[in-house]
Write a protein that binds this ligand. Structure first.
Ligand code: SAH
Length: 404
């Protein structure tokens, strides 16, 4: 018997979801599906219809995620074929044209939903590219996506990273491993790359995110411009990103503070990699391995002229939001006590569940409670290679204060 072709997966969505999707929101939640013509399969293309049964959008279906469909396309119906993917990638890369010169070969090429690639990130570290997936819905078409990236970017090496919550399923259903080399030569050591002319290591196969916090580049550049002659404390330093910029900017000393010995070892290697830079060679570099919350809560043993506080996300889910705001207030209040007169605080938050205003409010409150007069210099948000086009994507914010 001849088997009939499987009909397209067609979903009717609620009026609220329709409004959100029309406004550019890229997620359709499971409870916003009103009707389906059949059960959907992981990673297939779903066609969404509005309340008048008119075409609304196309997206990647995931039967197991509360985000049931990740929208790829809205507007007029389209055929998603290899040419469509190539066009999408071309647009994405065009957004980065002119952003970086040869001094920066580590940056984000694709930033998920906000670039039209829901749940997919592509970072470049010189000749090594890292593809990170946050949904298994991409895995059935991994070869197609990789082919598209190869055709447009010719990366010599591509590494696959999988967010923690999809690793088990990716292994079981698709035999894919976090950190696996998709093609190119196996790296014979850590990958190095340039950011604003500074050389850094990235642990692309096991490190946090895709191996480095590329999202803080613009704040690091600001810190460089503020560092001359100062004693700098970089709390939650990771591999010393802010510290190298501060050193090049003429800091007298830089202290890296992190809980992870591995991160601090990375910071030492990054200082070693940049000894040809006069400011870095001249700067005293200390590492302190400690819980930064406890360390900063203690009685200040000395003062710093510039303090960077860039903790990991303090609210991993919505339920932790209120507690996280309090934790930011406390952390910054403690940090400010270590600041010398005229000193600068750079406070950052990467918690998507804490809004920009909530975070800035917490830091301002901490500054007022400190009692010394303070001036607010600037606030910053996402860098241009990390666009954020919808509220859930807006996680990064920083505020710069100078204390009298
Ligand atoms: N500012 C860094 C990124 C920070 S990521 C950069 O620009 O690259 C957060 C860092 O905080 C990680 O290195 C992690 O090891 C560290 N960390 C997490 N909890 C900590 C704690 N309680 N005390 C000190 N460091 C901590």
């Amino acid at each position: 018997m001849e088997s009939l072709p499987i009909p397209r997966l067609r979903l009717r969505v609620t009026a609220t979801a329709e409004t959100l999707i029309r406004a550019g929101h890229p997620w359709l939640f499971a409870d916003s599906v009103r009707a389906a013509n059949r059960p959907g399969r992981l990673g297939e293309l779903a066609v969404l219809f509005d309340r008048h049964d008119k075409f609304l959008a196309l997206g990647l279906f995931d039967p197991e995620s509360p985000i049931r469909v990740r929208v790829l396309h809205t507007g007029k119906p389209a055929t998603i074929d290899p040419a469509w993917w190539q066009g999408r990638l071309k647009q994405t890369l065009a957004r980065r044209e002119g952003l970086f010169d040869a001094q920066t070969n580590g940056y984000r090429c694709i930033n998920g939903e906000s670039d039209g690639w829901p749940g997919l990130v592509l970072d470049r570290y010189d000749r090594t590219f890292v593809l990170k997936l946050y949904t298994v819905a991409w895995l059935p078409r991994l070869d197609e996506v990789v082919g598209c990236i190869r055709a447009a970017l010719h990366p010599p090496r591509l590494v696959l990273r999988l967010s923690r919550n999809i690793q088990a399923l990716a292994k079981e259903r698709f035999c894919r491993d976090d950190g696996e080399l998709l093609f190119g030569e196996k790296p014979d050591g850590p990958v190095t790359f340039l950011e604003s002319g500074l050389r850094f290591e990235a642990d692309v196969r096991q490190g946090q995110k895709t191996g480095f916090f590329l999202d803080q580049r613009e704040n690091r550049r600001c810190v460089e411009s503020l560092a001359r002659g100062r004693d700098v404390l970089n709390a939650f330093s990771f591999s010393g990103g802010f510290s190298l910029y501060a050193a090049r900017g003429g800091a007298k000393s830089v202290t890296d503070l992190d809980l992870s010995a591995h991160a601090l070892a990375g910071a030492r290697r990054n200082f070693a990699l940049n000894q040809a830079v006069p400011g870095v060679a001249a700067c005293r570099h200390d590492c302190v391995r400690a819980d930064a919350f406890a360390w900063l809560a203690a009685k200040p043993a000395r003062k710093f002229d510039l303090i960077v506080l860039d903790p990991p996300s303090l609210a991993k889910r919505e339920a932790e939001r209120a507690r996280a705001i309090g934790a930011y207030r406390q952390l910054n209040a403690d940090g400010l006590r270590w600041l010398a007169p005229g000193g600068v605080l750079v406070a950052a938050s990467c918690s998507a569940h804490v809004s920009t205003e909530e975070f800035f409010g917490a830091v301002r409150q901490a500054a007022r409670a400190n009692g010394r007069p303070f001036a607010e210099w600037q606030t910053t948000s996402h860098a241009p290679d990390h666009p954020a086009t919808f509220p859930e994507a807006q996680y990064l914010k920083a505020i710069y204060l100078r204390l009298g």
